[in-house]
Design a protein around this ligand. Structure first.
Ligand code: IPM
Ligand code: MG
Length: 355
């Protein structure tokens, strides 16, 4: 029997509720195989600040680094918005990503046929959408120096080095090789020097992947194309801030941001988290959609633990639940047969997973 060590970061807002459903489903799938999970809960975000004065206690990084993977809920909330930047929950998350070196953030956007009416776009436009945003996560304008502000001026620097671009480009091409073999690299090379280098280096790396078709697109056009004809995309390779924006946009193709998972991968251990935030407005009411987190747990099985069959089992259970018309509140208007609470839908998915 193999025991996987999972660091659990529940975080703030709806984080604890959605993580509880993900571990319920993980334990259900483990019951079908010869492995189980040992969870260690650690603090990050506003709750960590409240208890320790630091949104990222060192113990959290230590525990994460000695685990097989990190499963992460969500952090942040209005309550902590008044704090100085380095004490804010978001700063804890950025430091965490940096310390773990998770440079590649994978954000798949797959439209579930069962929810085709939930998107704000026409079914003909989104039917069959299956794309992957590959976002560089520990560089770019989020981390560039110099940065600062005083009363009259605020500034950040968008910087990428050749080696940072090479690393993320390889990751994107490798993923494309397993998919439809198309990479669209998104930049703003008509205006930004940093993007010009990005484009040149991505071209250089592409030579090693002759089977993959590479195209380039300016980010403003990409934002437009994503709602005009999203099916044209397979892998979208982008820097940190463009990927942040485009992945939120891509999520709405699928009907609810409560559905989309992500994986953040580097050379050490990976972090698996829903792409949505902590939704403090609905926290504690039992109405959050846990599917994005359950789906992130499935990505963890697939990418970090190599338990592909178990991951497929969870994905199939999610599909079945949606097909049968079980919906959380966010999707209640779309072909719902039964509106469920967070824990009810988690339990149904867990039951189907264990079968
Ligand atoms: C995300 C979030 C984070 C980001 C915030 C919370 C720092 O929006 O993971 O997309 O901007 O990366
Ligand atoms: Mg974001």
């Amino acid at each position: 029997m193999k025991t996987y060590k999972i660091a659990l970061i529940k975080g703030d807002g709806i984080g604890p509720e959605i993580i509880d459903e993900a571990t319920k489903v993980l334990d259900a799938v483990a019951s079908c195989y010869d492995f189980d999970f040992k969870y260690t809960e650690v603090l990050m975000g506003g709750c960590a600040y409240d208890i320790t004065g630091d949104p990222l206690p060192q113990d959290t990084v230590r525990t994460a680094l000695s685990s097989d993977a990190v499963l992460f809920g969500a952090i942040g909330g209005d309550k902590w918005d008044i704090l100085p930047r380095e004490k804010r929950p978001e700063s804890g998350l950025l430091r965490f990503r940096k310390e773990l070196g998770v440079y590649a953030n994978l954000r798949p956007a797959v439209v579930y046929d069962e929810l085709i009416n939930a998107s704000s776009l026409k079914p003909t436009v989104i039917e069959g959408v299956d794309l992957m945003v590959v976002r560089e996560l520990i560089g770019g304008i989020y981390f560039g120096e110099p940065k600062g502000r005083d009363e009259n001026k605020g500034y950040n620097t968008m910087v990428y080095t050749r080696s940072e671009i090479v690393r993320i480009a390889h990751h994107a091409f490798k993923i494309a090789m397993e998919r439809k073999k198309r990479v669209c690299s998104i930049d703003k090379a008509n205006v930004l020097d940093v993007s010009q280098l990005w484009r040149e280096v991505v071209e250089e790396v592409s030579v090693e992947y002759p089977e993959v078709e590479l195209t380039h697109m300016y980010v403003d056009n990409a934002a437009m194309q994503l709602v005009r004809d999203p099916k044209q995309f397979d892998v979208m390779l982008t820097g940190n801030i463009f990927g942040d924006i485009l992945s939120d946009e891509a999520s709405m193709l699928c009907g609810s941001i409560g559905l989309l998972p992500s994986a953040s991968i580097g050379d050490k251990i990976g972090v698996y988290e829903p792409i949505h935030g902590s939704a403090p407005d609905i926290a504690g009411q039992g109405i959050a959609n846990p599917i994005a987190t359950i789906s992130s747990a499935s990505m963890m099985l697939r990418y970090a633990l190599g338990e592909i069959e178990a991951a497929n089992k969870i994905d199939a259970a999610i599909k079945k639940v949606l097909k049968e018309g079980y919906r959380t509140q966010d999707l209640a208007q779309y072909d719902a047969k039964e509106v469920c609470s967070t824990s009810e839908i988690g339990s149904i998915i867990a039951n189907y997973t264990a079968k």
